[in-house]
Design a protein around this ligand. Structure first.
Ligand code: GDP
Ligand code: IMO
Ligand code: MG
Length: 427
């Protein structure tokens, strides 16, 4: 009987989908509360691999109510595609609920995302170009169109007209290109509306009822702490709040309803897109991790930048989200490395910094302070208990736990459902 939040503690792609899938077996409801199609959550079930972008990873367990909350930005075309592709593979999507308050990603948002990235050139953020940033911009500017609007032809058409006036002006005057025709978007989106209407509801009521009835509710974060618009490496961030605080706004529940927060921590660090990365590895070891860990973006296929475990970052994530337990993923990837390094702090001029700084300029001048540990050679992906792990792998996990002052509840040693070691129950 609990509400548990699963969040990314680094720069995304920590394995949130995999951990959510594990915890979903014990939940009644799984809720996405922010982000959009920029997310790519991979879950392996038997020989099947699913890449989920909008629909909560709980959908792969029969009978779980899966909610796309108001804080998510919904691309209706992508949503319909995801529903259809899951159905084709025999996944029951009838328990999906979509918030009537969620904002829509429109075709012009995707175009604007690309144009703004191109215009920034060298200084681009490296977005997924899925229109996520521009959709949140319109939401904040009070120009956004919501799911509830899409269900009413007249309201949708009027809002679309109003938006196109502004957007087409921008396309023509700033970017010197043709704008969008209302008719092209109208029919496409109204067709999607027909297909998603049956899932749309006031999701805040459903979530609140579930909590009141003592159900287990899981909130599945997308992206990660350092991509949070307030706490991330701004401006190299996404436009939403992946941190635990994002749950309250993005799902419509009060903070008193959150019982626990599980921070997903990859056994090393990765980042896709631009921006600072203190423990980044450029040589052989980085390539080894990328190859062995198959570190290529789920959404865009871009190679992920890889680096050593950085506990300055994880401790920061623990602080800003009130993480109560950590789940370590991809420990198996590190097998075969003679020595492993863990960053414990940053050296900046004659100071030692232990709290993640706001200034990117300062961060760029920081040098990681490392502790070195012995690695292990064995393949650990078949271990069934913590004791079965090589002693050096156990020591590595224990050291992270110690440096982060937070207990580890789960160790993942492979992408499959069976490849996980539960150390402490979360529900
Ligand atoms: P998310 O965005 O946080 O859900 O993570 P992604 O799905 O983008 O990236 C994590 C990748 O690592 C996926 O391909 C997972 O199947 C895979 N994965 C998750 N946990 C493990 C693990 O413990 N070991 C290995 N080898 N792969 C894992
Ligand atoms: P999951 O949920 C990793 C990154 C992009 C870019 C920045 C802004 O799979 O962990 P955006 O398209 O959001 O405006 O891009 O954020 N980014 C992610 N990186 N995992 C993700 O999601 C990401 N979603 C966005 O690469 O640097
Ligand atoms: Mg991902």
């Amino acid at each position: 009987m609990a509400s548990v939040v699963v969040i990314g503690s680094q720069w995304g792609d920590e394995g949130k989908g995999r951990i959510t899938d594990y915890l979903a077996s014990k939940s009644d409801m799984v809720v996405r509360y922010q982000g959009g199609t920029n997310a790519g959550h991979t879950v392996e079930v038997g020989n099947e691999k699913y890449k989920l972008h909008l629909i909560p990873s709980g959908i792969l367990h029969e009978g779980k109510v899966c909610v796309i909350g108001n804080g998510v930005v919904v691309d209706p075309v992508a949503l319909v595609e995801e529903i259809q592709s899951l159905e084709k593979r025999g996944v029951d999507v009838n328990n999906l609920k979509v918030s009537d308050r969620a904002h829509l990603i429109m075709p012009y948002h995707k175009t604007l995302d690309g144009l703004s990235e191109d215009m920034l050139g060298e200084n681009s953020i490296g977005t997924t170009r899925r229109g996520v940033g521009p959709a949140y911009m319109d939401k904040a500017q009070r120009m956004g169109i919501r799911v509830v609007d899409l269900l009413d032809r007249d309201v949708f058409e009027a809002k679309l007209e109003q938006n196109l006036k502004a957007k087409n002006n921008l396309f023509k005057k700033v970017y010197g290109m043709e704008g969008f025709k209302k008719e092209d978007i109208l029919e496409l989106y109204l067709d999607c509306a027909k297909k998603i209407r049956k899932y749309v509801t006031d999701t805040t009521v459903i979530i609140s009822d579930a909590i009141k009835k003592g159900k287990n509710v899981l909130f599945e974060g997308a992206q990660g702490t350092l991509l949070d618009i307030d706490f991330g490496t701004y401006p190299y961030v996404t436009s939403s709040h992946p941190i635990a605080g994002g749950v309250c706004i993005g799902a419509g529940i009060g903070p008193t309803f959150i019982d626990r927060v599980v921070g997903v921590v990859k056994a090393y660090t990765t980042r896709v897109g631009k921006g600072p990365f203190p423990t980044e590895l450029f040589g052989e070891i980085g390539d080894f991790i990328r190859d062995k860990g198959a570190e290529y973006g789920t959404t865009t296929g871009r190679p992920r930048r890889c680096g050593w475990m950085d506990t300055v970052i994880v401790r920061y994530a623990i602080r800003v989200s009130g993480i109560s337990r950590i789940a370590i993923t991809k420990l198996d990837t590190l097998g075969g490395l003679k020595k492993l390094k863990i960053c414990t702090g940053y050296r900046y001029k004659d100071r030692i910094i232990r709290d993640f700084p706001a200034s990117l300029k300062l961060l760029a001048e920081c040098e990681p302070i490392y502790e070195e540990m012995d690695g292990w050679d064995e393949d650990i992906s078949h271990a069934r208990s913590f004791d079965e792990l090589p002693v050096n792998a156990q020591k590595y996990v224990e050291r992270i736990q110690e440096l982060c002052e937070t207990r580890v509840c789960f160790v993942s040693i492979g992408p499959k459902r069976s490849q996980g070691i539960m150390l402490e129950e979360v529900f």
